[in-house]
Each structure stands twice: as C-alpha cells, then as structure tokens.
Design a protein around this ligand. Structure first.
Ligand SMILES: Cc1cc2nc3c(=O)[nH]c(=O)nc-3n(C[C@H](O)[C@H](O)[C@H](O)COP(=O)(O)O)c2cc1C
Length: 254
C-alpha cells in the first residue's frame, strides 16, 4: 500500500494537482482584488497630491479632503485647458508612450532624461471663492538609478513653492533616497521658481544661503540624484513643461 503511494506517477500527479489548485487560487485572488487595488492606488495618489500642497490631514478621509481639488488637463504647448478629454480616465504615463499623443524630445531639450513627453498633462487646482490658491503640477525625471515621480505645488501666484515631494523612485535609501526626508522637503516651502522668465529655483551643492529665495540645499553625498531633481524641475517649469500654462494663469487668460 505505502509503496503504491510513493510511486513516481502518484508523486507527479499530486504535485501537478497542487500547482493547479494554487494557480487557480492566485488567479481568482488577483481578479477579485483588482477593483480594491485600483481604489487604493487612486486614494494613494490623492494623498500624495494633498501632501505636496501641504493640505493633507491624516485624521480625515482622503476622499473627503480631495473634494477641494479640481483635476484638469492642459495642452502643454498652448498652456490652455483641454476640454474634450476626461481628466479622470486620462493616463499621462500611457500617453507619453503613445506616438499619436506624445512628443519625442531632442537630446538638447531632454534635460530630465525622459525621452518622450505626453502633449497633455494633468494639473490639480485648489480654488477658494473663485480664486486659485494652489496649483499642483506632476513632474518626473531621471536621478541616478531611477525615474523620480512627484508633485511640485505652487501658491496661487504661480511662483511661490507651497510644497514638493516624490511618490515613486528607486534612489538609494540614505543617499538619493533623502528626497523623502521631511526636513529636506520643508526647505522648499516659500522658495521662488522664476526670476523674470527664467527658472531660477535650483539645488546648491554644499548648502544654499538661507536668504537665497531660489536656492535649496543639494542632498549630501547624492550629487547625481540632486542634479536629476534640479534638471527635472528646470524641464517641467520651462516652456517645454508648464510655463505656458502658468503664464496664462498669471495673465488671467484661462
Ligand atoms: C551603493 C551606492 C549607492 C549610491 N546611491 C546614490 C544615489 O542614490 N544618489 C546619488 O546621487 N549618489 C549615489 N551614490 C554616490 C554616487 O556614486 C556619487 O559618489 C555621489 O553622487 C557623489 O555625491 P557627492 O559629490 O555629494 O559626494 C551611491 C554610491 C554607492 C556606492
């Protein structure tokens, strides 16, 4: 009897049956949890947007807090709002890979090392009594090991930093990963972006003068990540990024 159960044929059959059962369980779980995963991903992104703008309160529901934020789409070239695309279903990362709706950047223009850019970008606006009080812009670019994705939040003047932070990157913890350090992120608040028409905000190796309206300390021991952050901001806040949109806002043209 025992010798029968230990036959090679039976061992293989049991192993196959076990594999089949496990793969069915994993597949069913993956399909079942997909809607919950999508809801959590959306809430996580909303939390990052609120955090960047300094508006996040962990004691309140994210969904409730996000009601003050309006998501809009902007044509980066004209800086005008796009009306005929639904902002909720628009996927900017997917659009950046689609040749019908992206723009391939020349090496001279591509200082953020992203190669391709979606022609339409998401922006998040917070209004108070009809006046825009916060403008939250998605930005991304290459650091040392990875593409860093984050949000630059500006005050309603389109020039003063309300907050800045990344929600996705693979820089080294303790080195480039210090982009997530709350003390470093706090240094950005109140800094100015533009000096006239030039993007003047920058990272300063060895530490910025506290009185410098445009300078923020570069990350110690992480010059390459710092350069990546500096470059991605210069790109996204220039004419290649959100400057036409911010100019339109400042001139009251949208
Ligand atoms: C394992 C390892 C991980 C590193 N990770 C980073 C990083 O995430 N970001 C970065 O800028 N430099 C990183 N560096 C350091 C760079 O190689 C380089 O030395 C550094 O950017 C120089 O910065 P400093 O001029 O401020 O010293 C890493 C080095 C090693 C050995």
């Amino acid at each position: 009897m025992s010798s029968n159960n230990e036959s090679v044929k039976k061992t293989i059959l049991v192993a196959l049956a076990l594999c089949l059962v496990c793969s069915v369980i994993v597949s069913v779980a993956a399909v079942m949890f997909r809607p919950a995963q999508a809801i959590n991903e959306k809430a996580n992104m909303q939390m990052n947007i609120l955090q960047a703008a300094g508006l996040y309160d962990p004691t309140k529901s994210i969904q409730e807090q996000f009601q003050i934020v309006t998501t809009k789409l902007v044509d980066l070239e004209t800086g005008l709002f796009v009306q005929n695309v639904d902002p909720e279903s628009y996927n900017q990362r997917r659009a950046a890979k689609d040749p019908t709706v992206n723009r391939v950047l020349s090496s001279g223009e591509d200082i953020a090392s992203i190669r391709r850019q979606a022609k339409i970008a998401k922006v998040y606006l917070v209004e108070n009594t009809g006046k825009i009080v916060k403008i939250i812009l998605p930005v991304h670019g290459y650091g040392l090991w990875s593409t860093l994705y984050g949000f630059m939040a500006l005050e309603g003047d389109g020039n003063t930093v309300a907050g800045f932070g990344f929600y996705e990157h693979a820089e080294t913890p303790g080195l480039g990963g210090e982009v997530d350090n709350p003390n470093w992120k706090a240094l950005w608040v109140g800094k100015q972006i533009y000096d006239g028409d030039t993007v003047a905000v920058r990272l300063v190796k060895g530490g910025a003068d506290r009185a410098d309206a445009y300078g923020v300390d570069a990350l110690a021991g992480a010059s390459l990540t710092s350069r990546g952050v500096d470059n991605l901001l210069k790109f996204w806040l220039s004419d290649s990024g959100f400057k036409p949109f911010l100019d339109n806002l400042k001139l009251g043209q949208i």
